[in-house]
Design a protein around this ligand. Sequence first.
Ligand code: ADP
Ligand code: ZN
Length: 288
Amino acid sequence: MKLGAIEAGGTKFVLAIGDDQGELFEKEVIPTEHPDVTMPKVISFFEGKGIERLGVGSFGPIDINKESNSYGSLQKTPKTEWIDYPLGKELKNELGVPVIIDTDVNVAAMSEAKWGNAADVDSCLYITVGTGIGAGAYIGGQTLKGLSHPEMGHILVRRHKNDEYEGGCPYHGDCLEGMAAGPHIEKRWGKPAIELTEDEKVWEMEAYYLAQALVNYIYIVSPERIVMGGGVMKQEQLFPLIRKYVLEMLNGYVSSPFLTEETIDSYIVPPGLTDEAGVKGALYLAME
Ligand code: ADP
Ligand code: ZN
């Protein structure tokens, strides 16, 4: 069966055709511009290719409740041209195939659990630390959703004792995303994160915020693996700092063989799948 897959990101759309064995035949990457510019390119990529279903892992916030009238519509996204854009409906109407939509991070969690660095366990949480911060989870054979999708990037965090940055989330000021996403590292320190590699205090503070989030996710979601991706996590020195803080903050409260000095390195890990995680996950969504 021929299936379509889209990883709809804030900066780029990855489009692919594959099959129900997870094999990709064709792929194209286009920039995320105004929907009037991006969507015709998306439609023309898939048109006439004979796909039977289409899976989409999208940036958000987006309605992923299948019962809802606005299933597949974007919501109050910072990409303002896309606010209320009915992505799912447009794709379905234009291509005439069923469209299954979930969040980019839920799809990444599922992908890591199927084929990546969480393939040996049953549950996985995926967090991306990039332009924004978001997390998704795959547990009990499903991605995590309910009322809406989780918004784990916007949890409140305790301020670092040396941090005077006021926080930059337009909705919450000093939530996790407002304190620790890439653009806020840049605003706090006056340089892009990538140019701050050598500055230890930058990463110690970043790890302090991210570790608090992971500790909360461990308490609430109880995943058997945490995969951390996104541009900021390319700073590999963050991993040991985050692991150290997580153990310190948990302070032995959660008893699990995954959460010891010896095992934490294989509990909090980078992604196993690189560029294709998003589209492969979207392809898997299309199979369901
Ligand atoms: P997006 O979140 O838009 O999909 P990314 O995950 O690449 O894209 O995140 C972009 C953010 O990550 C920017 O704020 C950028 O400064 C930061 N970033 C990208 N690469 C690196 C790097 N190697 N080291 C540190 N920060 C990075
Ligand atoms: Zn926020």
